[in-house]
Design a protein around this ligand. Structure first.
Ligand code: ATP
Ligand code: MG
Length: 308
């Protein structure tokens, strides 16, 4: 549904996006992750035809953004990183204004506006002024706005930035709902743990280059990242540490309060080896849990240039 082909953008001598190739399948939520200045906004602005690439191009539903701008704009809903502030404009007026801008017939506008207000849970704020809304509500209004023309593709530039945890969860729920409706969603963030739960695929970009693209499960072997397991034994923690430290597969054994954190290489069998060793050593294992690879960790590894 979204494809870039050797996409590049220079600002004078600065290359903001360099030969970027990415593919986003229909119905996916794609997390576009990178630190400040990585080129996320630049890429998104090219995809929604607000910016011309220097080289290469991109396609939305098969349409070249350089040649079919008008059609592309009908297909995409773009939520920029900063929303304009409209003083004294009421929520429904704001949405009706965008409905008019998208050339939606006057008699249909009210029901469409009501529909997006309901979806974003903003009905009660219908007649409030836009600038009186909290940041979380303003972000939801931003989403309501991009949904007005019922686009197939949503391109959302950091929709969760500056939100409190509850508002973030609400946005996440809303994105899930939009996925259920069949939308293809590209969402940027540097708040990585956010995207971890909702994304089907992620792309990690740094200095305009894609350093990783794939599923979250694919990040782990790609990085050769370490896995960790937390273990607790009923008694004799010292003996457990001694037994585990003697295992060749294990890189590090740390005692943290009443549990032991065991680090081993990328070995799916690691927790089995740990359990067997402890049980064979006559110890009672009361707790054993692999620690999930956090996207933040993967991101730090990648941007430290440890990619193989
Ligand atoms: N209009 C512009 N003129 C010149 N340089 C620009 C312009 N817009 C962006 N840049 C530069 O291009 C690079 C990429 O910027 P971009 O805004 O795409 O990054 P980003 O990944 O969205 O960052 P952030 O996380 O801070 O939003 C940066 O070095 C930035 O300074
Ligand atoms: Mg940006």
């Amino acid at each position: 549904m979204i494809k870039t082909k050797n996409l590049s953008k220079d600002y004078g001598s600065l290359t903001a996006v360099a030969n970027l190739n990415l593919t986003i399948q229909q119905g996916d939520i794609f997390g576009f992750i990178g630190p400040n200045g990585a080129g996320k906004t630049t890429t998104m602005r090219i995809l929604v035809t607000l910016l011309e690439p220097t080289h290469g191009t991109a396609f939305i539903d098969g349409l070249d953004v350089r040649k079919k701008g008008k059609k592309v704009r009908k297909l995409v809903g773009y939520m920029p990183d900063f929303m304009g502030v409209y003083d004294d404009l009421k929520v429904f007026e704001y949405l009706e204004f965008f409905a008019a801008a998208f050339a939606i017939e006057r008699k249909k506008r009210k029901s469409i506006v009501d529909g997006v207000l309901e979806l974003t849970d903003l009905q009660s704020k219908r007649s409030a002024t836009v600038d009186s809304l909290s940041r979380g509500m303003q972000q939801r209004l931003g989403l309501a706005r991009v949904l007005i023309h019922d686009p197939k593709v949503l391109i959302l530039d950091e929709p969760a930035s500056g939100l409190d945890p509850r508002a973030r969860i609400e946005i996440r729920e809303l994105l899930r709902e939009l996925k259920r409706m069949g939308k293809t969603i590209m969402i940027s963030s540097h708040i990585l743990s956010e995207l971890e739960e909702i994304c089907d695929h992620v792309g990690i970009i740094e200095h305009g280059r894609m350093v990783f693209s794939g599923t979250l499960e694919e990040i782990r072997p790609r990085l050769g990242i370490e896995s960790k397991v937390r273990v607790q034994v009923a008694n004799n923690q010292d003996k457990a540490v001694e037994l585990l430290s003697a295992l060749p597969q294990i890189r590090q054994v740390q005692v943290i309060d009443d549990y032991i954190s065991v680090t081993f290489g990328d070995d799916q069998e690691g927790d089995g080896i740990i359990a067997r060793t402890l049980v064979n050593g006559g110890l009672d294992v009361t707790f054993l849990q692999p620690e999930q690879l956090k996207l933040d960790d993967a991101f730090l590894q990648l941007t430290k240039g440890i990619v193989h």
